[in-house]
Design a protein around this ligand. Structure first.
Ligand code: FPP
Length: 309
């Protein structure tokens, strides 16, 4: 049923776009189709808003190269289409009131790909980050804050600088938070959190040891440090995880039919609703997203019950 609706609406929209170059009648038809499409989408969102809307959705944007291959497009075209898809999804999340969107844009393992492909993805990122910061962009129109999560020192200097600029320039935006995971794996994120926690504890242990030395010098005796002063706790790790400031995702969507987490947000997804879509990432539309949210709304009571245990 959903596949059928999706096909009808997409065909209507494409038909409208294809006929856009003709005369007045064709233009009118195109506008009509766009209006009907928009109304149907709004109605769909209204139906969805009767149930709980997720606060945070994470995406594994898989299937970009397959999209390009099946359409016989040139190298890089799949990832370019993938970025356009990300903008559509972001727009839709904004309209539905989803506050946090996190995407897996490039894993540390992706650096092992053909160097030309890695370079092409990095060039695309550089170009698109620049585009996102323009005045008329979706980021400025909707007040979107951009985070980059990952081991950013693995990026080339221009990409790292662009990422840092984007974070700084959008830091005050509050409507939606877009977190882009680049040079990221979850295990790397956890190791980073452990390392940061150790550094913090060591600095603290040094202060305590200096104070103890002073006490010893003044009064003699020995003050044994308390265990909580040097052991690493769950709270320490949670403070140093990249996503420390944002809530855990309610939904994780992976496209292209792959049923693996691929080292993405392992720390944050204990109570997350997972959904795998067969569609390739560049083919994702608001209808697909709405479809997943309907499933989430059905699963939510069960997830909440488990959370409370
Ligand atoms: C996985 O598909 C996707 C990537 C490796 C990169 C996706 C990057 C973007 C869409 C650009 C994001 C840019 C910004 C600025 C946020 P794949 O290449 O593994 O395709 P496959 O699954 O068909 O092999």
């Amino acid at each position: 049923m959903f596949d059928f609706l999706f096909l009808v609406f997409s065909s209507l929209r494409d038909l409208g776009m294809e006929n856009g170059n003709g005369g007045n009648l064709q233009q009118l038809f195109q506008r009509l189709v766009a209006v009907i499409y928009d109304i149907l989408q709004r109605l769909f969102f209204m139906v969805l808003s009767v149930g709980p809307i997720p606060n945070h959705i994470a995406f594994i944007m898989d299937g970009n190269r397959r999209y390009a291959r099946t359409r016989k497009l040139g190298p890089g075209a799949g990832h370019k289409a993938g970025f356009s898809s990300l903008i559509r999804v972001l727009e839709c999340c904004y309209k539905m009131g989803v506050k946090y969107v996190t995407v897996y844009a490039f894993s540390i393992d992706n650096f092992k790909r053909d160097p030309c492909e890695v370079q092409s993805i990095m060039d695309l990122m550089l170009e698109k980050i620049d585009e996102l910061l323009r005045e008329e962009s979706i980021v400025n129109n909707h007040g979107i804050r951009i985070n980059f999560f990952g081991d950013l020192k693995l990026l080339s200097k221009p990409v790292r600088m662009a990422a840092e600029k984007a974070m700084a320039e959008t830091a005050k935006n509050t409507n939606v938070v877009l977190s882009v995971c680049v040079a990221y794996t979850s295990t790397n994120e956890i190791v980073h959190a452990v390392q940061e926690s150790c550094k913090e504890k060591l600095a603290r242990a040094q202060v305590i040891s200096d104070v103890n030395a002073e006490i010893r010098n003044s009064f003699g005796g020995y003050t044994k440090p308390l265990e909580e002063e040097y052991s690493i706790t769950l709270e320490d790790l949670e403070r140093h995880i990249y996503s420390a400031e944002i809530p855990d995702p309610d939904i994780l969507i992976r496209t292209s039919g792959e049923t693996r987490l691929s080292n993405f947000l392992l720390w944050q997804t204990t109570f997350c609703y997972l959904h795998v879509l067969d569609a390739l990432w560049p083919d994702i539309s608001p209808w697909w997203l709405g479809w997943v949210i309907l499933h989430y709304q059905r699963a939510k009571p069960y997830i909440d019950k488990n959370k409370a245990l």
